[in-house]
Ligand binder design. Structure first.
Ligand code: GLN
Length: 495
């Protein structure tokens, strides 16, 4: 096995024992990047020298007796995260030459922990999309089949983890962007609760749902990364600390008292016995691909065989998830992207005589079609006369969606659903109509609108054509801030 193929957990043991060095591990990843990324286009920038320098530092710390955590572990960051002195493009022409003047808090935290930044991954432009096809720098290909997308928007991160270009990658999830590409590429993707991880230094898309989280090879690895990322931050007023989390958990009604206990692999049968896992009807519609349904149900049955109780539940407002998300998201995007005016921030391609023209021409040249579509939709929905009919109404229905989940979590401990309605599609296949692409998010926007933790774990494979099979993921959801319990349950699905 090549070193880049290791999980974080396995590499940890070897690093701590002195069997391998951080430099050797980093070199192995850089070599894999060089070999494979020509085909995948998972990375927009490789930080070769910087990574080797950081690896050297990590080796010094290891030699001095430091152990554990992410010390000496190489990773890739999504290119909508600010990385000081390094290009941060959000896969947009608008920021094609932009070098970030400071680090996102997650990058600072990983640096302090001794993790090694290998480079930055491709995404849909400003994270608007579900396939990386809106990236200004070309689509990322799925390592399981190069004619298919890797998903999105964190497609570069998912493909990089699946192809072993790194030990883990960071993604951002606004409406599924960690979970859906994880499902398409056969890796684990964890979207933490809204507020658990600081958003400082993440190029904002939808500030009310944006969350940063890990894409990893195993659930156990996701837990290690999350423990470094989580925590309050004075630079993000919406972030929360562990005391707040503990208090919130105390006042959240629990179905099973044992939910608070550790669900251990050693004694899974005992620990999940009686746990209630809800399968929402609305997430298993009659027209759901039967093979995919079978794969998910088989996994659910596995949990049932170990003593969990599968409960049929309903989330009646789920059907409004997509319309609500696609009103609120463009509204927030239109506000957040106003800052790219070519004066304070953003590329200037043409000088003009009037300010009005300057904005029009340079924003016109800098943004791609999907980003423009969202800016226009959002501006429209927020404008006088339409605000009440669209934005305000969408927020009201969002409250109903949150209430739906609260009701469900008074009956069950976890919720289980497919992550995506199908496996990775062919490049270009869903491009003709934006609505088709928006419908990709049908199972993932709910958790985003409600701020819930959700994880996609590999569930199996489905046939895509002839005898070609592709991976699909299963999504598990928990009440807000119950990621420890969510991870403990999901850890048992690791191979
Ligand atoms: N596919 C969704 C969208 O296009 C999700 C994006 C995201 O989570 N960043 O909005």
């Amino acid at each position: 096995m090549n070193l880049n193929e290791l999980t974080i957990k396995a590499a940890r043991v070897k690093l701590d024992k002195g069997e391998i060095s951080a430099q050797a591990l980093t070199k192995a990843c850089l070599f894999a990047l060089e070999q494979k990324d020509k085909d995948l286009n998972a990375c927009l920038m490789v930080n070769k020298e910087g990574a080797m320098q950081e690896a050297k530092k990590a080796d010094k710390r290891l030699k001095a007796g430091e152990k554990g955590g992410l010390l000496g572990i190489p990773y890739l960051g999504k290119d909508n995260l600010m990385t000081k002195g390094l290009k941060t493009t959000a896969a947009s022409k608008m920021l094609a030459d932009y070098v970030a003047p400071y680090n996102a808090t997650v990058i600072t935290k990983l640096q302090a922990a001794g993790a090694i930044l290998l480079g930055k991954t491709n995404l849909d432009e400003f994270a608007h999309g579900a396939s990386t096809e809106t990236s200004a720098f070309g689509v990322t290909k799925n390592p399981h089949d190069l004619s298919r997308v890797a998903g999105g928007s964190s497609g570069g991160s998912a493909a990089a983890v699946a192809a072993n270009l790194c030990l883990f990658a960071l993604g951002s999830d606004t409406g599924g962007s960690i979970r859906q590409p994880a499902s398409f590429c056969g890796v684990v993707g964890l979207k933490p609760s809204y507020g658990l991880v600081s958003r400082f230094g993440l190029l904002s898309m939808t500030s009310s749902t944006d969350v940063i989280g890990p894409l990893t090879k195993t659930v156990a690895d996701a837990e290690i990364v999350l423990s470094v990322l989580a925590g309050g931050d004075k630079y993000d007023a919406t972030s929360v600390n562990s005391t707040y989390v503990a208090e919130m958990k105390k006042v959240t009604p629990r179905v099973s008292s044992r939910l608070a206990e550790t669900i251990t692999k050693q004694d899974l049968k005992k620990s999940i016995k009686g746990l209630k896992i809800g399968l929402p009807r609305e997430y298993f519609p009659v027209d759901l691909d039967s093979e995919l349904k079978g794969v998910i149900e088989k996994k659910a049955k596995m949990l049932a065989d170990l003593g969990a109780q599968l409960v049929d539940i309903s989330l009646p407002y789920s059907k409004y998830g997509i319309p609500v998300y696609y009103i609120i998201t463009p509204c927030e995007i239109s506000s957040n992207l106003a800052r790219f005016d070519g004066i304070g921030w953003g590329n200037v391609q043409v000088e003009t005589d009037s300010l009005q023209e300057f904005y029009q021409v340079n924003r016109g040249l800098g943004f791609g079609a999907e980003t423009k579509r969202r800016i226009m939709l959002g501006t429209y929905a927020l404008s006088a006369g339409y605000y009440d009919a669209y934005y305000k109404k969408a927020q009201a229905v969002r409250t109903l969606i949150i209430a739906d989940f609260n009701r469900a979590f008074s009956k069950v401990d976890f919720i289980l659903t497919p992550t995506s309605p199908h496996a990775a599609f062919k490049i270009g296949e869903q491009n003709s109509d934006p609505l088709t692409m928006y419908l990709e998010d049908v199972f993932v926007t709910g958790a985003s609108l409600a701020g819930l933790p959700a994880i996609s774990v590999p569930a199996g494979e489905v046939t895509v054509s002839g005898d070609k099979k592709m991976p699909v993921g299963m999504q598990l959801l928990a009440p807000r801030f119950f990621e420890t319990e969510l991870i403990n349950l999901a850890r048992n699905l690791d191979k």
